[in-house]
Design a protein around this ligand. Structure first.
Ligand code: AMP
Length: 281
């Protein structure tokens, strides 16, 4: 496996990688969710194409400095996992090599980022769009694979590539979960044992509303109330947001008449976890 730790070295490596080149952008602390993306990338690249992974804890997408400082960075283990998964090129930019100190251009999405994580994490999606566009420009991949776990991020990146004519196909993959239903996340390792045992409630609270849907219920308030009650039964978590939005526009909906997404972010201590469920009428 090749590695590069600056954009300049990366460009040289990318120049002689066989095409198609499929990119999996990550912040590291790799788990089975990331590995599923890497397998998908290999499937698209085929045995003669190339799979690249970027591992970069992107400072400009963090709204809380403590979250950035505490983000796990098991780099040696990540590289071993990439190697074992058959990755051809790992890009691990040294801190400071990705952004010019006087950088003054940022990508801003103005509609899909209004609610959900965009509302509670100011500037987060500007940071995501900016780093992903930079990675797309550096790698010039044919396609890039992202997780549906971060469904707002996926929708925004699809919109970015469409609106800015970025010639990269954005591929989404379903959320990979622990056996007890908790969505895999690099942040899960920071949960205390008590919090980890409680956390599968997030998915259960969201899935719990599906019975209302099957009974013909369509009122958004009822779905939100049912899920909120289940989440609030936890003595540990604090709800950051719980919202029902249209699956395409990501704007809040009062009734479920088209596919909608019930999404939440919760805090266990200072560890923030997200999950969602799609509701089809
Ligand atoms: P991260 O390292 O958390 O920034 O995530 C890198 C990529 O992995 C993003 O496209 C995420 O959506 C995706 N991802 C993270 N967790 C999961 C999961 N549990 N299942 C599927 N994809 C995931």
């Amino acid at each position: 496996m090749r590695t590069a730790d600056t954009p300049e070295k990366l460009r040289l490596q990318v120049a002689d990688l066989p095409r198609p080149l499929i990119l999996v952008p990550t912040m590291g602390a790799l788990h089975q969710g990331h590995l599923a993306l890497i397998r998908k990338a290999r499937e698209i690249a085929g045995s003669t194409g190339s799979v690249a992974v970027s591992i970069f804890v992107n400072p400009i997408q963090f709204d809380r400095p403590a979250d950035l400082a505490a983000y796990p960075r098991p780099l040696a283990d990540d590289l071993a996992q990439c190697q074992a998964a058959g990755v051809d090129l790992a890009f691990v930019p040294a801190s400071g090599s990705m952004y010019y100190p006087d950088r003054s251009v940022t990508v801003t999405e103005t509609l899909l980022s209004k609610h959900l994580c965009g509302a509670t994490r100011p500037g987060h999606f500007d940071g995501v769009c900016t780093v992903v566009l930079k990675l797309f420009n550096l790698f010039q991949p044919e396609a890039a694979v992202f997780g549906e776990k971060d469904f707002q991020q996926l929708a925004i990146l699809r919109r970015m590539t469409r609106d800015l004519d970025v010639p990269v196909e954005v591929v989404g993959l379903p959320t990979v979960r622990e056996p007890d239903g908790l969505a895999m996340s690099s942040r899960n390792v920071r949960l205390t044992a008590e919090h980890r045992a409680d956390a599968p409630r997030i998915q259960r609270a969201l899935q719990g509303v599906l019975s209302l849907l099957r009974c013909g219920e369509r009122s958004g308030d009822l779905f939100l109330a049912r899920a909120r009650k289940h989440l609030e039964e936890s003595p540990f978590l604090r709800i950051d947001y719980l919202e029902l939005v249209d699956a395409e526009t990501l704007q809040p909906v009062g009734r479920i008449q088209r596919p909608a997404v019930l999404a939440t972010a919760v805090f266990y201590g200072d560890v923030r976890l997200i999950d969602h469920v799609t509701l089809c009428p």
